[in-house]
Design a protein around this ligand. Structure first.
Ligand code: SAM
Length: 213
């Protein structure tokens, strides 16, 4: 049913999204500089922006910058975005794309940078996790320590990670089972069907959304 999902995506994108030259330029420049086309979809970008607006986010932490496409969506709501990236080339392109916005990109493995931010006493209203799937739980654990009470944590690609690692039952430990045992948060899973990657086997995905208690 990829054709139907694609039609719904197209309807939603053409109806709900406004033209945004900065975001369009970010995608074009990222492609021209050879970055992989793995940014969030435009509708997901708008979802992140809505979350930032809903909670009046002033400080956002992002794990996984790439070319700053999702960063720009969140920074344009007025939040300062601190984004973590391991690849110096991605950082360079991200800073080009997000110039004029309140964005800092911290270079290095996120699991080294996140403890440092915690040591500095940094606190965020929202953390968006979109880096290495194999480290989702470790990012989440640090994110909880770095998020203010009632703040939000959003982990992308949780359903794809579950599907690809075949951890679909509760007896196999996964991000979902680990978060379920974590009394520091209240969480839910939002599953989705999207055609934006254009392949039937990549149609299903979903995000984990948690509020820190
Ligand atoms: N959030 C971006 C967007 O939607 O525009 C997409 C991020 S992309 C899916 C994942 C990024 O995480 C890549 O740029 C990759 O280099 C970076 N990354 C991978 N492992 C990392 C790590 N351990 N620490 C920091 N960044 C990492």
């Amino acid at each position: 049913k990829l054709a139907t999902v694609a039609a719904i995506d197209t309807l939603a994108q053409t109806s709900l999204l406004r033209p945004n030259p900065r975001l369009e330029h970010a995608l074009e420049n990222s492609k021209a500089k050879g970055l992989p086309p793995i940014a969030v979809s435009p509708l997901t970008g708008q979802f992140l922006a809505i979350q930032c607006q809903l909670i009046g986010a002033k400080n956002v932490l992002e794990v996984g910058t790439l070319g700053a496409y999702s960063t720009i969506w969140m920074a344009e709501t007025g939040a300062k975005v601190t984004s973590l990236e391991i690849d110096p080339k991605h950082k360079e392109v991200a800073l080009e794309n997000a110039k004029d916005l309140d964005v800092e990109v911290l270079l290095g493995p996120a699991l080294e940078t996140m403890p440092r931010l915690a040591q500095e006493g940094r606190q965020f209203d929202l953390v968006f996790i979109d880096a290495d799937w194999g480290e989702q739980w470790e990012y989440f654990d640090w994110a909880v320590k770095l998020t203010r009470k009632k703040g939000l944590i959003y982990v992308d690609n949780v359903v794809r990670e579950l599907l690809e690692s075949d951890k679909l039952t509760a007896d196999k430990e996964s991000l979902v089972t680990q978060v379920g045992k974590d009394d520091r948060v209240k969480a839910t899973l939002l599953t989705s069907a999207s055609s934006h990657k254009g392949r039937a086997d990549e149609m299903f995905d979903g995000v984990l959304l948690a509020v820190v208690q």
